[in-house]
Design a protein around this ligand. Structure first.
Ligand code: AMP
Ligand code: ZN
Length: 465
């Protein structure tokens, strides 16, 4: 089966054909770094990681771009409240974002352009839209004239006529020509404090939508393969990106638009009033391992709503444990006689796994295929009907599946200062043969969610599952 994606633009599953054979240009809307990202955001980033990993598994060379929104109303308000510069304010959340991506084993994109370092590109694009008559100035702001883009609504299937009704009040306030026109550039006002750029189009800052058009086209060209985001990005953000980009270039902007449905928590929409907006840090502080979170975020098909539950995290723990136990079990195989049945099972699993993922990234079915293989091979191991070389082939296949899953790799463990100190103190206690002290320190290490194993090469610290 050929690789197919559900394209929001056509509302159909379409065979994927890249613009340049073997290569994929992909843009993913990234975080606004005014706070820590929540697990809902990571649901979307995880879907994009799955997409990226599967494209790589299929042999494509992927160029992924994810923007970092480091200037907007919220970042400005946050920095002003703390009386620090906007870059100082956003740094904490940017660093945290990358730490979280690593913890979740989300592969890094090739580019993470920041809005504040791409003002020139945005200004150039706005200028082009002004020159071509697709944009107009009003009181220092610059707006996109929606009625000038006849295809508006082709992604979200919203009709321009419907947008215009009912929003007149806002229109008066902002002095736009039409209520639905959106800001490309916001002229400086007092609320912005010292956050502004003096540019050819005036003193101010860019709107959010123009950021993604300017940065995607800079790194991927005016016409590229895939654009993704959570479903809330589809309208108006992505619709506006299309309008700006296609008006400026006269070319089709993106071939495939993929959107993931939202994550909810214990059956309810995340909201401040319910107190159920969890960051990754909140979950890890409760003692869960990032692998479990990764598994939960990954294992529901991206076009289904994901109901995040703590029970689900426990189930993920068991599922991952089963996979690790299976790898250990394979190591115990001693048989010499190859069994052709193993080859058949592997072939069948590989082709079924690929069929599932080719079908619009059906990961839940893909996981089912892997667990069937685990069950069938475990039985052969129990019955001693498998050779050592068969077992190696099975392990190789599991590692290949894991290029997509990303849960079986050894953790790239960076010991933090506290842990390092504890490990050293324990080594010292052992040298002094103070076994009581060494044991106490071991317990402290375990409280941090780690285990320590003494090997001939020295102590090895691992994360507890
Ligand atoms: P934001 O920082 O709000 O612009 O969101 C960053 C990304 O996370 C966007 O792609 C959003 O669509 C996505 N997102 C926001 N909330 C959720 C949620 N509850 N579930 C899944 N994705 C979300
Ligand atoms: Zn965007």
């Amino acid at each position: 089966m050929a690789l197919r994606f559900f394209n929001t633009l056509t509302r159909e599953k379409e065979e994927f054909a890249p613009i340049v054979p073997g290569k994929v240009g992909m843009y993913t809307c990234g975080p606004t770094i005014y706070d820590y990202a929540h697990i809902g955001n990571f649901r979307t980033y995880m879907f994009e990681d799955l997409l990226r990993r599967y494209l790589e598994y299929k042999g494509f060379k992927v160029t992924q771009v994810m923007n970092i929104t480091d200037v907007d109303d919220k970042t400005i308000a946050g920095s002003r409240a703390k009386k620090i510069s906007i870059s100082e304010y956003t740094k904490e959340f940017k660093d945290a974002f990358f730490e979280d991506l690593d913890a979740l084993n989300i592969e890094r994109a090739e580019f993470y352009p920041e809005a504040t370092t791409h003002i020139k590109e945005m200004v150039d694009l706005v200028k082009k839209l002004l020159d071509k008559g697709f944009a107009y100035r009003s009181n220092g702001d610059i707006y996109f004239k929606l009625s000038s883009f006849k295809d508006y609504g082709k992604l979200s299937k919203m009709r321009l006529e419907n947008l215009k009704v009912g929003a007149r009040v806002a229109s008066d306030e902002y002095e736009k020509e039409e209520a639905s026109d959106f800001a490309l550039w916001k002229g400086w006002d007092q609320k912005d404090g010292d956050v502004f750029w003096e540019t050819e189009i005036g003193k101010g800052r860019p709107g959010w939508h123009i950021e993604c058009s300017a940065m995607s086209m800079k790194y991927l060209g005016e016409h590229f393969d895939i654009h993704t985001g959570g479903i809330d990005n589809m309208f108006p953000h992505h619709e506006n990106e299309i309008a700006q980009s296609e008006s400026a270039t006269g070319k089709k902007f993106v071939n495939y638009w993929l959107h993931s449905l939202h994550l909810i928590v214990e059956g309810k929409k995340m909201s401040k009033s319910l107190g159920n907006i969890y960051t990754l840090r909140d979950i890890l502080e409760k003692g869960y391992n990032p692998k479990m979170v990764r598994y939960v975020l990954l294992s529901t098909h991206y076009r289904q709503q994901l109901n995040f539950t703590f029970q689900g995290l426990e189930a993920a723990k068991n599922a991952i444990q089963r996979l690790f136990d299976f790898l250990d079990n394979l190591k115990t195989v001693k048989g010499e006689k190859d069994n052709p049945e193993v080859f058949n099972l592997l072939q069948k699993a590989k082709s079924k796994f690929e069929d599932a993922l080719n079908d619009d990234l059906n990961i839940s079915e893909g996981l089912g295929v892997i667990f069937d293989l685990v069950r069938d091979v475990n039985k052969l191991i129990d019955d001693e009907k498998i050779s050592k070389s068969d077992a190696l082939k099975v392990e190789k296949q599991m590692r290949s599946f894991d290029k997509v899953l990303g849960v079986l790799e050894k953790e790239k463990l960076v010991l933090d200062e506290k842990l390092k100190e504890l490990v050293e103190q324990r080594e010292q206690a052992r040298k002094e043969k103070d076994w009581d002290k060494a044991d106490k320190i071991r317990l402290e290490i375990e409280k941090l969610g780690m285990t320590i194993e003494d090997t001939p090469e020295g102590p090895k610290v691992k994360k507890k599952l």
